[in-house]
Write a protein that binds this ligand. Structure first.
Ligand code: TA6
Length: 281
């Protein structure tokens, strides 16, 4: 495929990546996992995404940081024994290929498709693609279409790791209503205001907020979402960070996951399309 000058090929470790660079900014995407690794707007040259300094780029392990693609289930929401199937599905560990690209006054876009849509725990007739568009914002759209004659269960997420200068001096603005707290047996609690971080935080917010703001000492990051039914907020804090081989023990201090997600028992009807989108500014 002939690439426009705004798209170049690069690598991280043993992974092939695509770098999109235009008047709006720069982003880098690993073809392994269709995993956005970096996004720097031209306007302020501030990296929006967090990538673990111990991230593994071996084409086998899931990449810690950036925007993992969780599909065809979120977390262990697959209906099987937890140990039988990979957490967050299997496409983030697949090699994706470039299916289309375009470059115009609105920005540069690439469309990637996975090696195979079916996998252990999901053998339905589905079509999956991701479109990453570098324009005024960075827009990531995960598109699922049911090609079959029966509905299938689907949960998914754009599991974005945002860079913050200091999580203990950061605030998340825009969420309301109730959330399910994974650290407390998925019991239901009310969203705090102000929303600050002092401990392990792992929450499924049932408020499908369309606009969120992350305020931290290094600046402000805007997060717009559509096609979702929930927002997941996660910071592992020190003990969990220490326990992860691909995260430094102090890594939790400079990251915050704000995930645009479809969680719970959702099914996609025959012929239906779900477009899960997150836009970062
Ligand atoms: O989205 C939050 C979460 O489900 C946490 O419970 C934690 O498991 C995190 O995802 C990271 O999961 P991973 O499989 O990428 O280590």
């Amino acid at each position: 495929m002939q690439l426009p000058s705004s798209i170049t090929q690069a690598s991280r470790g043993s992974l092939d990546t695509l770098v999109l660079s235009n008047a709006f900014g720069r982003c880098e995407i690993s073809l392994f996992g269709a995993h956005v690794l970096s996004y720097v707007p031209q306007s302020d040259q501030r990296e929006r995404l967090w990538l673990s300094q111990s991230a593994i780029f071996d084409g086998i392990s899931a990449i810690r940081g950036g925007v993992p693609v969780c599909w065809p289930w979120f977390s262990d929401n697959h209906g099987n024994r937890q140990e039988d199937l990979p957490s967050h599905g299997y496409v983030r560990k697949q090699q994706w290929t470039l299916n289309d690209c375009k470059d115009d006054d609105n920005g540069t876009a690439v469309t990637l498709v996975p090696q195979s849509v079916q996998g252990p725990g999901f053998d339905y007739a589905a079509q999956l693609k991701i479109v990453v568009h570098l324009g005024e914002q960075l827009s990531i759209t995960l598109v699922t279409r049911n090609l079959g004659s029966e509905p299938f269960p689907l949960s998914c997420a754009l599991h974005t790791y945002f860079a913050v200068e200091d999580i203990q001096r950061s605030e998340l603005i825009g969420l309301k209503g109730e959330y399910l707290d994974k650290t407390r047996g998925f019991d239901t609690f009310s969203t705090p205001s102000p929303y600050r971080f002092t401990m392990e935080t792992d929450r499924i917010h049932l408020d499908a907020a369309e606009h969120l703001t992350i305020q931290h000492p290094g600046g402000v990051t805007e997060v717009d979402s559509s096609g979702h039914n929930s927002i997941v907020v996660w910071n592992p804090w020190q003990d969990k960070a220490t326990a992860m081989a691909d995260m430094r023990e102090d890594g939790y201090l400079t990251m915050l996951c704000v995930e645009t997600a479809v969680t719970g028992d959702v099914s996609l009807a025959p012929g239906q399309t779900l477009a899960l989108q997150q836009r970062i500014g």
